[in-house]
Design a protein around this ligand. Structure first.
Ligand SMILES: Nc1ncnc2c1ncn2[C@@H]1O[C@H](COP(=O)(O)OP(=O)(O)OP(=O)(O)O)[C@@H](O)[C@H]1O
Length: 258
Protein backbone atom coordinates (compact mmCIF):
# COMPACT_ATOMS: atom_id res chain seq x y z
CA UNK A 1 0.00 0.00 0.00
CA UNK A 2 1.38 3.43 -0.74
CA UNK A 3 0.62 6.90 0.49
CA UNK A 4 -1.57 8.93 -1.80
CA UNK A 5 -0.77 12.10 -3.65
CA UNK A 6 2.39 13.65 -4.89
CA UNK A 7 4.06 16.18 -2.73
CA UNK A 8 6.67 18.81 -3.10
CA UNK A 9 8.97 18.38 -0.09
CA UNK A 10 9.96 22.03 0.15
CA UNK A 11 8.65 23.52 3.41
CA UNK A 12 5.82 25.93 2.79
CA UNK A 13 3.90 28.34 4.94
CA UNK A 14 0.27 27.50 5.41
CA UNK A 15 -2.51 30.08 5.47
CA UNK A 16 -1.76 32.70 8.06
CA UNK A 17 1.63 31.21 8.93
CA UNK A 18 4.42 33.66 9.58
CA UNK A 19 6.95 32.20 7.15
CA UNK A 20 9.87 33.93 8.92
CA UNK A 21 9.32 31.69 11.90
CA UNK A 22 9.56 27.93 12.05
CA UNK A 23 6.25 26.22 12.72
CA UNK A 24 7.68 24.88 15.93
CA UNK A 25 10.88 25.50 17.82
CA UNK A 26 12.14 23.94 21.01
CA UNK A 27 15.52 24.72 22.50
CA UNK A 28 17.32 23.56 25.63
CA UNK A 29 14.02 22.10 26.82
CA UNK A 30 14.14 20.44 30.22
CA UNK A 31 11.13 19.10 32.04
CA UNK A 32 11.26 17.30 35.38
CA UNK A 33 8.54 15.81 37.53
CA UNK A 34 10.09 15.92 40.98
CA UNK A 35 13.24 13.81 40.74
CA UNK A 36 12.23 12.31 37.40
CA UNK A 37 13.81 14.17 34.50
CA UNK A 38 11.45 13.47 31.59
CA UNK A 39 13.23 15.63 29.01
CA UNK A 40 16.67 17.20 28.99
CA UNK A 41 18.50 19.38 26.46
CA UNK A 42 15.92 18.86 23.73
CA UNK A 43 16.41 21.01 20.62
CA UNK A 44 14.02 20.67 17.71
CA UNK A 45 12.98 22.92 14.86
CA UNK A 46 10.17 21.98 12.49
CA UNK A 47 9.40 23.97 9.36
CA UNK A 48 5.95 24.78 8.03
CA UNK A 49 4.45 21.86 6.19
CA UNK A 50 7.03 19.37 7.43
CA UNK A 51 6.02 15.92 8.70
CA UNK A 52 8.28 14.98 11.59
CA UNK A 53 7.99 11.76 13.54
CA UNK A 54 9.37 11.27 17.04
CA UNK A 55 10.23 7.75 18.09
CA UNK A 56 11.60 6.46 21.35
CA UNK A 57 11.21 3.84 24.06
CA UNK A 58 8.39 3.91 26.57
CA UNK A 59 8.93 6.58 29.18
CA UNK A 60 11.48 8.63 27.20
CA UNK A 61 9.32 11.75 27.36
CA UNK A 62 7.48 11.67 24.01
CA UNK A 63 4.09 12.53 25.51
CA UNK A 64 5.70 15.10 27.77
CA UNK A 65 7.12 16.87 24.71
CA UNK A 66 3.63 17.09 23.17
CA UNK A 67 2.15 18.21 26.49
CA UNK A 68 4.69 21.03 26.66
CA UNK A 69 3.87 22.09 23.10
CA UNK A 70 0.12 22.13 23.73
CA UNK A 71 0.57 24.30 26.81
CA UNK A 72 -0.56 21.55 29.20
CA UNK A 73 2.79 21.72 31.02
CA UNK A 74 3.56 25.27 32.00
CA UNK A 75 6.54 24.51 34.25
CA UNK A 76 9.61 23.67 32.22
CA UNK A 77 13.01 25.14 31.43
CA UNK A 78 14.13 26.29 28.00
CA UNK A 79 12.15 27.58 25.08
CA UNK A 80 9.11 26.15 23.29
CA UNK A 81 7.49 28.22 20.57
CA UNK A 82 4.82 27.69 17.98
CA UNK A 83 5.01 30.11 15.07
CA UNK A 84 7.29 32.30 17.16
CA UNK A 85 4.89 32.47 20.15
CA UNK A 86 5.86 31.08 23.53
CA UNK A 87 3.58 28.17 24.38
CA UNK A 88 3.38 29.52 27.95
CA UNK A 89 1.78 32.66 26.57
CA UNK A 90 -0.81 30.79 24.59
CA UNK A 91 1.31 29.67 21.61
CA UNK A 92 -1.00 29.30 18.65
CA UNK A 93 -4.67 28.45 18.83
CA UNK A 94 -4.40 26.75 15.44
CA UNK A 95 -3.17 23.45 16.83
CA UNK A 96 -4.93 20.10 16.55
CA UNK A 97 -4.05 17.47 19.12
CA UNK A 98 -4.72 13.76 19.05
CA UNK A 99 -4.02 12.29 22.47
CA UNK A 100 -2.82 8.78 23.23
CA UNK A 101 -6.14 8.06 24.95
CA UNK A 102 -9.14 9.10 22.84
CA UNK A 103 -10.62 11.44 25.52
CA UNK A 104 -14.07 11.47 23.92
CA UNK A 105 -17.12 13.12 25.47
CA UNK A 106 -18.95 10.06 26.82
CA UNK A 107 -22.43 11.52 26.43
CA UNK A 108 -21.90 12.72 22.85
CA UNK A 109 -22.24 10.72 19.64
CA UNK A 110 -19.35 10.01 17.27
CA UNK A 111 -20.53 12.84 15.01
CA UNK A 112 -20.82 15.29 17.94
CA UNK A 113 -17.37 14.31 19.21
CA UNK A 114 -15.82 14.93 15.80
CA UNK A 115 -17.57 18.32 15.52
CA UNK A 116 -16.61 19.50 19.00
CA UNK A 117 -13.92 21.97 17.87
CA UNK A 118 -15.88 23.42 14.98
CA UNK A 119 -17.42 26.90 15.20
CA UNK A 120 -20.65 25.94 13.57
CA UNK A 121 -22.32 22.83 12.21
CA UNK A 122 -20.65 21.43 9.13
CA UNK A 123 -22.45 18.16 8.73
CA UNK A 124 -20.97 17.38 5.32
CA UNK A 125 -17.38 17.67 6.51
CA UNK A 126 -18.09 15.78 9.73
CA UNK A 127 -19.82 12.95 7.87
CA UNK A 128 -16.92 12.76 5.39
CA UNK A 129 -14.40 12.52 8.22
CA UNK A 130 -16.45 9.89 10.03
CA UNK A 131 -16.48 7.79 6.90
CA UNK A 132 -12.80 8.46 6.07
CA UNK A 133 -11.74 7.09 9.43
CA UNK A 134 -13.76 4.00 8.62
CA UNK A 135 -16.74 4.67 10.88
CA UNK A 136 -19.51 5.08 8.34
CA UNK A 137 -22.77 4.04 9.99
CA UNK A 138 -21.46 4.82 13.50
CA UNK A 139 -22.16 8.59 13.46
CA UNK A 140 -24.90 8.29 16.08
CA UNK A 141 -23.06 5.78 18.27
CA UNK A 142 -21.78 6.78 21.71
CA UNK A 143 -18.19 6.09 22.88
CA UNK A 144 -19.08 3.26 25.29
CA UNK A 145 -20.27 1.22 22.31
CA UNK A 146 -16.99 1.64 20.39
CA UNK A 147 -13.89 -0.53 20.49
CA UNK A 148 -10.60 1.09 21.55
CA UNK A 149 -9.45 1.33 17.94
CA UNK A 150 -12.73 2.91 16.82
CA UNK A 151 -12.54 5.47 19.62
CA UNK A 152 -8.98 6.29 18.57
CA UNK A 153 -10.19 6.95 15.03
CA UNK A 154 -12.92 9.30 16.33
CA UNK A 155 -10.17 11.16 18.15
CA UNK A 156 -8.13 11.39 14.92
CA UNK A 157 -11.15 12.73 13.01
CA UNK A 158 -11.78 15.31 15.76
CA UNK A 159 -8.14 16.46 15.60
CA UNK A 160 -8.41 16.95 11.83
CA UNK A 161 -11.92 18.46 11.75
CA UNK A 162 -11.03 22.13 11.95
CA UNK A 163 -8.03 21.75 9.67
CA UNK A 164 -5.34 23.10 12.01
CA UNK A 165 -2.00 24.44 10.78
CA UNK A 166 -0.14 22.30 13.30
CA UNK A 167 -1.09 18.75 14.18
CA UNK A 168 0.37 17.10 17.28
CA UNK A 169 -0.36 13.39 17.34
CA UNK A 170 0.46 11.09 20.25
CA UNK A 171 0.56 7.46 19.04
CA UNK A 172 -2.70 7.91 17.10
CA UNK A 173 -2.57 4.42 15.56
CA UNK A 174 -1.30 2.34 18.48
CA UNK A 175 -4.65 0.68 19.25
CA UNK A 176 -5.34 -0.34 15.64
CA UNK A 177 -4.86 -3.70 13.96
CA UNK A 178 -2.19 -3.72 11.23
CA UNK A 179 -4.51 -3.31 8.25
CA UNK A 180 -6.56 -0.51 9.82
CA UNK A 181 -3.34 1.15 10.91
CA UNK A 182 -2.05 1.17 7.33
CA UNK A 183 -5.35 2.62 6.08
CA UNK A 184 -5.37 5.35 8.71
CA UNK A 185 -1.71 6.23 8.14
CA UNK A 186 -2.48 6.70 4.45
CA UNK A 187 -5.57 8.74 5.30
CA UNK A 188 -3.40 11.03 7.43
CA UNK A 189 -0.91 11.36 4.55
CA UNK A 190 -3.76 12.22 2.20
CA UNK A 191 -4.96 14.96 4.60
CA UNK A 192 -1.39 16.22 4.96
CA UNK A 193 -1.01 16.39 1.18
CA UNK A 194 -4.25 18.23 0.76
CA UNK A 195 -4.14 20.72 3.66
CA UNK A 196 -0.38 20.98 4.18
CA UNK A 197 -0.33 21.23 7.97
CA UNK A 198 2.87 20.82 9.94
CA UNK A 199 2.76 17.44 11.64
CA UNK A 200 4.62 16.19 14.71
CA UNK A 201 3.69 12.56 15.32
CA UNK A 202 4.93 10.58 18.29
CA UNK A 203 5.18 6.82 18.00
CA UNK A 204 7.07 3.84 19.35
CA UNK A 205 6.67 2.09 15.97
CA UNK A 206 9.93 2.20 13.98
CA UNK A 207 8.25 1.25 10.70
CA UNK A 208 5.61 3.95 11.11
CA UNK A 209 8.20 6.61 12.01
CA UNK A 210 10.19 5.88 8.83
CA UNK A 211 7.20 5.51 6.50
CA UNK A 212 5.46 8.74 7.53
CA UNK A 213 8.25 11.19 8.31
CA UNK A 214 10.27 13.68 6.31
CA UNK A 215 12.54 13.47 9.33
CA UNK A 216 12.65 11.07 12.24
CA UNK A 217 13.71 12.34 15.65
CA UNK A 218 14.93 9.51 17.85
CA UNK A 219 14.65 10.18 21.58
CA UNK A 220 16.68 8.20 24.08
CA UNK A 221 15.59 7.74 27.67
CA UNK A 222 16.83 8.49 31.18
CA UNK A 223 16.42 11.39 30.66
CA UNK A 224 14.72 11.86 27.30
CA UNK A 225 16.99 13.67 24.90
CA UNK A 226 17.48 13.75 21.13
CA UNK A 227 19.64 10.78 20.24
CA UNK A 228 19.62 11.20 16.45
CA UNK A 229 17.74 13.02 13.67
CA UNK A 230 17.35 11.06 10.44
CA UNK A 231 16.33 12.54 7.10
CA UNK A 232 14.04 10.26 5.14
CA UNK A 233 15.14 10.97 1.57
CA UNK A 234 12.54 8.71 -0.02
CA UNK A 235 10.22 10.20 -2.64
CA UNK A 236 6.51 10.36 -1.99
CA UNK A 237 4.20 8.68 -2.55
CA UNK A 238 6.13 5.93 -0.81
CA UNK A 239 5.79 2.21 -0.90
CA UNK A 240 5.99 0.61 2.53
CA UNK A 241 8.49 -1.82 1.05
CA UNK A 242 10.67 0.90 -0.55
CA UNK A 243 14.37 0.01 -0.45
CA UNK A 244 15.19 3.52 0.78
CA UNK A 245 13.23 2.94 4.00
CA UNK A 246 15.42 -0.01 5.02
CA UNK A 247 18.49 2.05 6.05
CA UNK A 248 16.19 4.55 7.77
CA UNK A 249 14.70 1.80 9.93
CA UNK A 250 18.20 0.45 10.62
CA UNK A 251 19.42 3.89 11.64
CA UNK A 252 16.45 4.26 14.01
CA UNK A 253 17.00 0.88 15.67
CA UNK A 254 20.73 1.58 15.87
CA UNK A 255 20.06 4.91 17.62
CA UNK A 256 17.63 3.14 19.95
CA UNK A 257 20.27 0.53 20.69
CA UNK A 258 18.06 -2.41 19.76
N1 LIG B 1 2.46 13.73 35.63
C1 LIG B 1 3.60 13.08 35.87
N2 LIG B 1 4.10 12.97 37.11
C2 LIG B 1 5.26 12.33 37.36
N3 LIG B 1 6.01 11.74 36.42
C3 LIG B 1 5.57 11.80 35.16
C4 LIG B 1 4.34 12.45 34.81
N4 LIG B 1 4.16 12.35 33.46
C5 LIG B 1 5.22 11.65 33.00
N5 LIG B 1 6.06 11.33 34.01
C6 LIG B 1 7.33 10.61 33.90
O1 LIG B 1 8.10 11.25 32.89
C7 LIG B 1 8.75 10.30 32.06
C8 LIG B 1 8.29 10.50 30.62
O2 LIG B 1 6.90 10.15 30.48
P1 LIG B 1 6.13 10.25 29.09
O3 LIG B 1 4.72 9.84 29.34
O4 LIG B 1 6.37 11.57 28.50
O5 LIG B 1 6.89 9.14 28.24
P2 LIG B 1 6.49 8.48 26.83
O6 LIG B 1 7.76 8.40 26.06
O7 LIG B 1 5.37 9.21 26.21
O8 LIG B 1 6.02 7.02 27.28
P3 LIG B 1 5.02 6.00 26.54
O9 LIG B 1 5.64 5.68 25.21
O10 LIG B 1 5.02 4.82 27.47
O11 LIG B 1 3.69 6.69 26.42
C9 LIG B 1 8.41 8.92 32.63
O12 LIG B 1 9.46 8.54 33.49
C10 LIG B 1 7.14 9.18 33.42
O13 LIG B 1 7.06 8.28 34.50
Amino acid sequence: MSSTGDRDLEPRGGDGADSDQPALEVSALRKAYGDTVALSDVDLTVDHGEFVTVVGPSGCGKSTLLRVLTGLEERFEGRAEIDGSDVREGGSDDVGMVFQEPRLLPWATVRENVAVGLDGPDDGRVDDLVSQVGLEGFGDTRPDELSGGMAQRVSLARGLAYEPELLLLDEPFSALDALTKYEQQDFLLEVWNRLEPTVLLVTHDVEEAAYLGDRVVVLGDQPGTVERVIDVAVDRPRERTADGLVPVRESITDALGV
